[in-house]
Design a protein around this ligand. Structure first.
Ligand code: FES
Ligand code: FES
Length: 133
C-alpha cells in the first residue's frame, strides 16, 4: 500500500476544511511544478491559535497534510506553531512516499505564510522562522 491508513483517513475525512471570516492570519502558497494550491486561515487570541481552517486545491497528499497540519497547530501558541516542520506533519501521518514529500512542504509553507500575515497585521516584525525558503 502506497499510502498509510492515516493518510487515507485525512484524505477522505479532512479536518478543519473551510475558511475563517476576519481571520487574523491568511496564507496562500502554491507549488509551481504540480500546480497545487493551499490556503490557510488562522484565528489567534492572545497568541494562541484558537481556530484554523484550510482549503486545498491539490492532490490527496496535499489534502491529508493540510488536514494533519491544522490538527497539529490548533490550540498551540504561535511560537510553537512556527516550529512545525513538514517532516513532523509527514511523520504524524505515518509517512509519505518520497515523491509526495513536497506536498507536506506545501502544508508547512501555508502555515508559515499565514503566521507571517498575522505578525504583519499586528505590526510586529515577522520572525525568521516564518520566512519561506
Ligand atoms: Fe494533481 Fe497529480 S498533481 S493529480
Ligand atoms: Fe503537489 Fe501534492 S502533488 S502538493
Amino acid at each position: 500500500m502506497l499510502y498509510t491508513e492515516k493518510v487515507m483517513d485525512h484524505f477522505e475525512h479532512p479536518r478543519n476544511v473551510g475558511e475563517i471570516e476576519h481571520a487574523d492570519g491568511v496564507g496562500q502558497v502554491g507549488n509551481p511544478k504540480c500546480g497545487d494550491i493551499m490556503k490557510m486561515y488562522l484565528k489567534i487570541d492572545d497568541g494562541v491559535i484558537t481556530d484554523v481552517k484550510f482549503k486545498t486545491f491539490g492532490c490527496g497528499s496535499a489534502i491529508a497534510t493540510s488536514s494533519m497540519a491544522t490538527e497539529l497547530i490548533k490550540g498551540k501558541r504561535v511560537e510553537e506553531a512556527l516550529g512545525l516542520t513538514n517532516a513532523a506533519v509527514a511523520e504524524a501521518l505515518g509517512g509519505l512516499p518520497a515523491y509526495k514529500m513536497h506536498c507536506s512542504v506545501l502544508a508547512e509553507e501555508a502555515i508559515k505564510a499565514a503566521l507571517a500575515d498575522y505578525y504583519q497585521k499586528q505590526g510586529l516584525e515577522v520572525p525568521e522562522a516564518c520566512k519561506l525558503a
